[in-house]
Ligand binder design. Sequence first.
Ligand SMILES: *Cc1c(COP(=O)(O)O)cnc(C)c1O
Length: 449
Amino acid sequence: MNKSQLQQHDREHLLHPFTDFHDLGNQGTRVITSAEGAYINDIDGHQMLDGMSGLWCCNLGYSRREISEAIYEQLNKLPFYNSFFQCTTVPSIELADMLADVTPAGMNNVFFTGSGSEANDTNLRIIRRYWDLKEQPEKRIVISRKNGYHGSTIGGASLGGMSGMHKQFQALDYIEHIQQPYWFGEGGDMSPEEFGVHAARCLDEKIQELGPDKVAAFIAEPIQGAGGVIIPPETYWPEIKKILDQYDILLVMDEVIFGFGRTGEWFGADYYGMQPDLMTFAKAVTNGYFPLGGTMVSDRVADVIKSKGGEFTHGYTYSAHPAACMAGIATINILRDEKIIENVRDNTGPYLAKRWAELAEHPIVGEARSLGLVGALELVKDKGSRARFDDKCTAGAVCRDMSIKNGLVMRATGDTMIIAPPLILTTEQIDELVEKAHRALDDTARAMA
Ligand SMILES: *Cc1c(COP(=O)(O)O)cnc(C)c1O
């Protein structure tokens, strides 16, 4: 099939995730056909620096044969076996071991799933099981944040706080949402430090309002990813920690994006010095090469659910899929052996921070923030008042298209442009990324004038 035939069949038969089917039908899809290193190629032969690591997955880029070969060898040896009914497989044990090793101290058990959404559903099941076994069944409510993203199953979407999603399904009734720590958008006249404390105190207020004996857990991404790379002010997590220490409430950190090196530490919890009770992972655990997710379970929780009798009536056919586990093992080996994460912490992260900050000088950029290898740009019409161009987020959509035209994949979340490039980026490639982003901003300014 040629390009237009592919687009036509796509239109006729494929329903895409998070897509306006009507718009897509008019425009036609971009057909991505191959990739090397940090670059992807479309069917027209247009090459783009992948500023989003696929969908926050391909932290090592696209050319790691160690991972594809590990999958292939496993598929030939034992393509599938389940972990139900007292069975296990060698790759699942080895990966569980490695995960216990690379995750924060005190997290020594893993429950495997096929995706991040499933892992957050698993978290809901574990939280309930934990409090039931502790004979505190009145602890049922899970507190989450507005504009957080925790996946797209009913459980994941209920935990998430995206208003556009909530309009299209019936959320679970035991989940409550509090304010997000989004200083640029919601900080008003407060300094970032003041606002960080303020946003954290919202958790305390909510706990007081609901009653601490009713609250089972608090879930949050260390930094909101899909919500627009919202890096909380430095005062936020220490204040959250103080609040959680006061009450007997579980902390779930959703590390689906920030796990496996994005901040320059293995996990966001390491970066912020937090000790979560449960930790969701997916995406980069296999470098995107094979679907795999899971939740790390702390000793505090595991000791309870493992020591008391009775079956945990939960699991997925593909929990601990052996080929997925081999992909995870190969990925962690590369991250370790090549000191990829240390390089982000010591070299490329600080370099991106310096270069990315220069974009704040651009006339349509209200803020340029970054941490490790993620970044965001707030597009504004007026820097002083932070006023946007319009309320339809036109600037973001235009900038995304301009970015692609200039050979860089950036994503638009409303009028916030975000990047999360592969962790293997060199400083030269960071220069290329920043220059292409700059050109995209120039083109956007011209188009919006
Ligand atoms: C992507 C994502 C999920 C959902 O993972 P899927 O594999 O798409 O189900 C959950 N949490 C966060 C923070 C994510 O970014």
